[in-house]
Design a protein around this ligand. Sequence first.
Ligand SMILES: N[C@@H](CC=O)C(=O)O
Length: 307
Amino acid sequence: MSTTKRYRSCILGTCCVPWSGTFDFEEDIFRRSVRHQIASGIHDLYIFGTAGEGYAVTDKQFDEVTRVFLEETHADGIQSMVGLISISLPTVIERIERARDMGARCFQISLPSWGVLNDAEMEVFFRETCGRFADCEFLHYNLMRTGRIITGDEYGRLAEMYPNLVATKNSTADVPRLTSLMKDAPQLQHFITEGGFPIAAMMGECGFLISYISTNFARATEFYQAGRAQNEAKLASISKDFPGLIAAFKDAVGTSAHIDGAFDKMFCRVHDPEFPLRLLPPYSGVSDTAFAHYLELLKQNHPDWLP
Ligand SMILES: N[C@@H](CC=O)C(=O)O
């Protein structure tokens, strides 16, 4: 089994989608936000994960946002990825076809979630995505919302079947789970969020899935580079701020919102005061007051995590 990674190690960032008060796509703000991330050194970007409300967009919104996203990321050295979240496999297939027609070749898939897939159903899912679109590459977004976490061992087998399964996205700091990802599916690039990245990075090459430390891209890049260099002391020294950063957004938001995008849109607004906080209905976004509280907490307790 080749252990050469099928996707580069890098920082992988989400692009949140700004909506107007009438839930129209705020194209200019979106373009500005994508450009800002690229200018800040985040060269691998995706739309329509959870923060990007991939679960909530209509087909019309999917097409509209995808077209603009692909335009903004069409540049040397930039890798764009289009996310697909749906409980309908035919919808996933149709969206891949349409985005592919617009030029997309890299996709982010997650399992349908209405009923937890059994092994045979999971085989069909990968056959109809990775198998069906052999000229495209796929990252699998592994999350409990689907009811099933794919194990390192299962990824190893899927990777043998599908050379175009290139990466995974995992939000975990669980050592056995990270060990299995790195050991049993070494050919995939595993993107890990803030909590687990320092652990995974000490095991070998991995990617960093950036979330709440996106408020300061320069420091986030230092954190990622410390992982690449397996500099344990530096990883630990940067990570010691993380509990405080998590407390800041949790304190500010309380129970008023719970979907990732509610938080991620606050991180976007830290960079652009015009970035709207609302989520597509029925989900609640964060209020202006809660955002102001979050910003105040950052200013008071973590000014070095501001842009
Ligand atoms: N919030 C991220 C996933 C992090 O685990 C996303 O929106 O895809």
